[in-house]
Design a protein around this ligand. Structure first.
Ligand code: SF4
Ligand code: SF4
Ligand code: SF4
Length: 334
């Protein structure tokens, strides 16, 4: 008996003009799960011993892809967080209330590769003297004077062009893939956590359940099939925009100009271009307040920039220790 493929209703038009992409998703969902043809035991045994020493053919380089996140249109719905968990089969983190915020995710972790930050900026009410519980007009992008507002920012790995996490990894588990995205090969990660110390954005976390480091993959599996990453696909406002980084930079620049023209002079891009101390970010942001307000470093610094001095100091220290030992042996020998 032949296998029956699910019959799907025609896809709805969603007004964004991405019908083609929706069709592609449906086609892929309808495909039958593939499997390798059966092999003999000898062939499987040979494979086991020979495969680790085979040098694979690297995939052809593609244009760098990334995210441009326009925080001014984020509504804090957290659809991106949920879509990321669903697609990547990441478990829930419990139902704990932080008690400090409507944001109960708290931070990026090994099981939360997206985190929508809520930055709640409320002035104390003159009547009650309290910052909450009183009626206030809330604007996401208020015109000055900026009294009370909620800033929302969907945080994720920045997929740094020069990534300190990748530079620090001693096993080669972290690499830039063909889309120039930073990817952790979890089977090669030995859990040493050097990458965690090296990342200036506090992105990577080591999981207690498997001892490996985890973070956003920029949906490598979806990209390989020509799909948009799950979080960008789910975002209802277009706050998370995915595509070739050059196009995103152009689009983001125009949006900044538009915001300036609409009376938001504080709008600017964070990480779109390299600075003296850090490379550009393939996942960059449009912000309307200082980076630290969003929990981002004001001036990210690649730790490798001062590692040269550390190596020289270690070398000099080692040579001095050897010299001291040689002197001790010299004098004790007489
Ligand atoms: S943000 Fe951190 S984890 Fe992501 S690529 Fe950059 S250094 Fe690595
Ligand atoms: S790109 Fe994929 S893995 Fe990364 S945050 Fe979005 S959904 Fe999660
Ligand atoms: S899905 Fe879009 S609008 Fe909703 S929280 Fe994420 S970035 Fe913001």
């Amino acid at each position: 008996m032949g296998l029956i493929r699910p019959t799907l209703p025609p896809p709805p038009l969603n007004g964004k003009g991405n019908l083609l992409m929706a069709n592609k998703e449906r086609e892929l969902a309808a495909l039958l799960p593939g499997s390798d043809p059966p092999r003999g035991r000898l062939a499987a045994l040979m494979d086991r011993f020979v495969s680790p020493f085979r040098r694979g053919v690297p995939p052809a380089t593609r244009p760098a892809t990334g995210f441009y996140t326009d925080t001014t249109v984020c509504i804090g719905c957290k659809a991106c967080e949920v879509a990321c968990k669903q697609w990547n089969q990441l478990p829930a983190d419990g139902f704990d209330w932080t008690g400090n915020s409507y944001d109960n995710t708290g931070e990026l972790s090994a099981t939360s590769w997206r985190h929508v930050k809520f930055i709640e900026q409320f002035k104390p009410s003159p009547a009650t003297g309290e910052g909450s519980g009183s009626r206030m007009a809330l604007d996401l992008v208020p015109s000055p004077p900026q009294e009370n507002r909620w800033l929302m920012m969907s945080d994720v790995c920045k997929h740094c062009v020069t990534a300190p996490c990748q530079q620090a990894c001693p096993t080669g588990a972290i690499l830039h893939n063909e889309f120039e995205n930073v990817y952790i090969q979890r089977d090669i990660c030995n859990g040493c956590s050097y990458c965690i110390a090296a990342c200036p954005f506090g992105v990577i976390t080591r999981a207690s359940f498997d001892g490996h480091s985890h973070k956003c993959t920029l949906c490598y599996d979806r990209q390989k099939d020509g799909l948009v990453p799950a979080c960008a696909k789910a975002c209802p406002t277009g706050s998370i925009q995915f595509g070739p980084v050059d196009e995103l930079r152009e689009r983001a620049g125009k949006r900044v100009e538009e915001l300036h023209g609409r009376g938001v002079p504080g709008a600017y891009l964070y990480g779109d271009t390299p600075s003296e101390t850090y490379s550009g970010l393939n996942s960059f942001y449009l912000l309307v307040d200082g980076p630290s307000v969003y929990g981002l470093p004001e001036k990210p610094f690649n730790p490798w920039l001062h590692m040269g001095g550390d190596y020289v100091r270690a070398l000099v220290g080692g040579l001095m220790a050897i010299g001291a030992l040689a002197l001790v042996f010299l004098f004790l020998g007489h």
